[in-house]
Design a protein around this ligand. Sequence first.
Ligand SMILES: Nc1ncnc2c1ncn2[C@@H]1O[C@H](COP(=O)(O)OP(=O)(O)O)[C@@H](O)[C@H]1O
Ligand SMILES: [Mg+2]
Length: 350
Amino acid sequence: MALAGYPLGLRFTFLDRTEDTPGGQLAEIITGDFDDPALLERLAAECDCLTFDWENVPVEPLKKLSGDTPILPPLAALETGQDRLAEKQLFARLGIPTAGYATVDSKAELAEAAGRLEYPCLLKTRRMGYDGKGQYMLRGEDDLEPAWEALGGTALILEEFVNFDYEVSQVAARSTRGETCFYPLARNVHKGGILHYSIAPWSAPVLETHAREYLEAMLEHFDYAGILTVEFFVCGERLIANEMAPRVHNSGHWTIEGAHTSQFENHVRGILGLPLGDPSARGHSAMVNLLGAMPELSALLDIQGAHVHDYGKSPRPLRKIGHCTLVCDEQADRDNKLQDLLELASTEID
Ligand SMILES: Nc1ncnc2c1ncn2[C@@H]1O[C@H](COP(=O)(O)OP(=O)(O)O)[C@@H](O)[C@H]1O
Ligand SMILES: [Mg+2]
């Protein structure tokens, strides 16, 4: 966000739990907890606008802030995105299809719900899940006990397993002036619940029409500003909403080089009430996540058209520590180079 905002003459201050964070390379870091009222007051007093790039920042302390510094995207969207049940209820209210589900608060409820939704089904924590964490796949009755052992004791949701053809996401931007724009649809490939790579634009006009209709309804509902992303399962010509993210999204990272205006720039423009920039694609892009440890830089740069992003995070198994985006004029060229890139990046995720 800061990299996108500096050319516009904007300045940034970050709140994070440690100084050793990617933003520390770019701006002052105020270190502390996200729910520390004094730190939040200080941040609000120093800034013209507050925003977030992580959807699990506690909402209550932000609601209690005294001044009138805008917090965007709206806290109602943040709150909804933090709870898989609230998310599904919103989707239903706006006529957006979702997988069948049941809330689960006891072992008996789990057995009852699994019987009703049928196997396979997926038990998830309602809150704080990311990168496939906090999920347990149930294939039969034998899995009830271990699933409850693994996740029981916190609010849970059991979801029907969607036998999807593939996954896509729609990234949209809206400004405080009510202007909206939509990025081309991206196709996402996950491995082990973690986004492995995205391809964009993904040409699927019927799906794109549905996706835009759904996001339009959500943007209106929240009187939204900033970037909003929704992940969908594709079943034939139907979209089933999986989850929403009220923030810039991993599946939108390709837009940094692959779109005329990146999601980061449009996020910043949107929350500050500036005109939004052109979200259309510059060519054929693919974004591959770099997990665990960075591949050799020169090997990545050997691939012509590759744009490397090393976040400067310490290596840890399966941690997202960077990504690499290809932008090519020809789709076939992109597809070939994607294979090379996947080979370089695949050591960790396989
Ligand atoms: N109900 C489901 N049916 C089939 N696959 C699912 C379902 N829920 C999640 N998945 C798979 O797991 C991935 C991660 O799940 P998701 O709910 O998006 O959690 P996270 O918050 O970790 O991204 C999804 O992108 C999809 O590949
Ligand atoms: Mg997800």
